[in-house]
Design a protein around this ligand. Structure first.
Ligand code: NAD
Length: 502
């Protein structure tokens, strides 16, 4: 290792080096250079973080028993810090992820939305009360925190995805061990430090950096009550199966291949704008990116021409310099994505715009791949079937709405989809027929607002619970139903029958 800085874990309210010697490089993808290293936590480091979180949760003075007022005060203060320093956070995010600054700011804004929802937790987490369900008997439900919860997040939204979970976990009284992506880990420490500044007691949010070793320990640790995971489908499946086998509540959000269906009556200019924005924003490294456009005959040629025209104006480059699209996350990932352009040609598709060899506005070693457009993609090609997770937009020509719908419904994923049309009846039919968790009607990236819930179907979500919104609040709490009677002499007497209400 060189004399570059090393990013520590965050345990018990301060930085901690942990016990492991293993580290990994963190790149600035627009420079193509390693700028720091990050520690890879061992099982012992996870155990230390869980023990710290457990101690912070438990007992009379623990976070699990903290008042709603206290939790709300922390959340409001955290929100204020995020607002004041959002540019600083976005810049840090861009320096490790590569997405352009405006996009990083957008990610932070969507994270803040969830913090705001968490500020409303006193209202959202209220239980129900039924008076006199039987003579002098009342029934009410109360929601209690789970204990220590684990969160494992991907590289593509290093601020927003952890914020899908930890604000709600904390606002409902849980304590947290977060294992962020090792590719862009600094944002997690920034958020943890901001929460401390906001008044969160030490040990309520802990960050353990690392890879599979740390994740696998979290999945089996007896004191971890639940796992919230976001990442690729094979790892989501592993997390779900291992976590549930060890008795945990698990929500594991996986990969995607989102289709946009353009009907012939759609406004093709708006559809072309949407396809370019949703296909190439964040270099296609979004789980809600549009990666396949289904053009219903006869609009394909005109739509492809309009998309191509718009792509000619896109600047790929360093996200700090006003480019439209930044680099990919690593050199290996860039090469893998570029490889699909080779496959496309071999499989008989036409590569209309080839992003290899793009002249990027940035350092020569940056992990560049320009926006790429592939037409007439065969649905048997891996360009169609794989999640590419890069700036490659595939066009598939279909003869009808029914053919497009059938393609969407037969895919392995069911994260997001969009229909572009001016026909309200067709849109309504689509919303009913399509087997996907999040649907856009003339909206290409239908990420629900924080007071609804986020999640896909099929291989895009393992488990029963979506992220954030009411589903998130339910996920992080368990309910007690209390049946109560204040004793009265008239209640005496023996009766061994099953209680009935009178
Ligand atoms: P990834 O699956 O490689 O990594 C996700 C997390 O799992 C990271 O913290 C990583 O350290 C850990 N991990 C990686 N390999 C592991 C292993 N073998 N065992 C245990 N843990 C392991 O995903 P990524 O490349 O960081 O993120 C991109 C993926 O995430 C894409 O597939 C994208 O669609 C998906 N994603 C999905 C959503 C959603 O809401 N459905 C949102 C964002 C990203």
């Amino acid at each position: 290792m060189t004399d570059l800085p090393v990013l520590d874990h965050w345990i018990g309210g301060s930085l901690a080096a942990g016990t492991s010697d293993r580290t990994g490089p963190v790149y600035d993808p627009a420079l193509g250079e390693v700028t720091k290293h990050v520690r890879y936590g061992s099982a012992d480091d996870v155990d230390a973080a869980v023990a710290t979180a457990r101690a912070a949760f438990a007992g009379k003075g623990g976070w699990g028993r903290s008042s709603i007022a206290k939790r709300q005060t922390v959340m409001f203060a955290f929100r204020a810090i995020l607002h004041e320093r959002r540019d600083e956070l976005a810049a840090l995010l861009t320096s490790e992820h590569g997405k352009v600054l405006s996009d990083a700011a957008g990610e932070v804004a969507r994270g803040i939305e969830v913090v705001e929802f968490a500020c409303s937790m006193p209202h959202v987490s209220k239980g129900a009360y039924s008076q006199s369900v039987s003579t002098d008997v009342d029934v009410y439900s109360i929601k209690e925190p789970l204990g220590v919860v684990g969160i494992i997040s991907p590289f593509n939204f290093p601020a927003m995805v952890p914020m899908w979970f930890f604000p709600l976990a904390i606002a409902t009284g849980n304590t947290v061990v977060l294992k962020p992506s090792e590719k862009d880990p600094s944002v997690a420490n920034w958020l943890a430090a901001a929460l401390t500044e906001a008044g969160l007691p030490d040990g309520v949010l802990n960050v353990v950096h690392g890879d599979k070793e740390a994740v696998d320990r979290l999945l089996v640790h007896p004191d971890v009550a639940s796992i919230s995971f976001v990442g690729s489908t094979p790892i989501a499946r592993h997390v779900y199966e291992t976590g549930t086998r060890h008795g945990k509540r698990v929500q594991a959000l996986g990969g995607a291949k989102n289709h946009m269906l353009v009907l012939p009556d759609a406004d093709l200019d708006l559809a072309a704008d949407a396809a370019v924005n949703a296909g190439f924003g964040s270099a296609g490294e979004r789980c809600m990116a549009i990666s396949v456009l289904l053009a219903v005959d006869p609009v394909g040629d005109e739509l492809v021409a309009k998309i191509q025209e718009r792509m000619a104006n896109l600047v790929t480059g360093d996200g700090r310099k006003g480019a439209d699209m930044g680099p990919l996350i690593t050199r290996e990932h860039r090469d893998k994505v570029a490889g699909y352009l080779e496959v496309a040609a071999t499989d008989g598709a036409s590569v209309v715009v080839d992003g290899r060899g793009v002249e990027a506005d940035g350092a020569a070693d940056g992990f560049w791949l320009g926006p790429s457009l592939v037409d007439h993609v065969a649905t048997t090609s891996t360009v169609y079937t794989d999640e590419i997770f890069g700036p490659v937009l595939s066009i598939v020509r279909v003869a009808s709405y029914a053919e497009g719908l059938e393609l969407i419904n037969s895919g392995q994923f069911g994260n997001g989809t969009a229909i572009f049309t001016n026909d309200g009846g067709a849109a309504r039919r689509f919303q009913q027929d399509v087997e996907v968790g999040m649907i856009g009607i003339n909206v290409p990236i239908p990420v629900p607002v924080a007071y609804h819930s986020f999640g896909g179907w099929k291989a895009s979500l393992f488990g029963d619970s979506k992220a954030y919104g009411p589903a998130g609040m339910d996920f992080f709490t368990r309910e007690k139903a209390v049946t109560s009677r204040w004793l009265d002499p008239s209640h005496g007497g023996l009766n061994l029958g099953f209680p009935q209400n009178e």
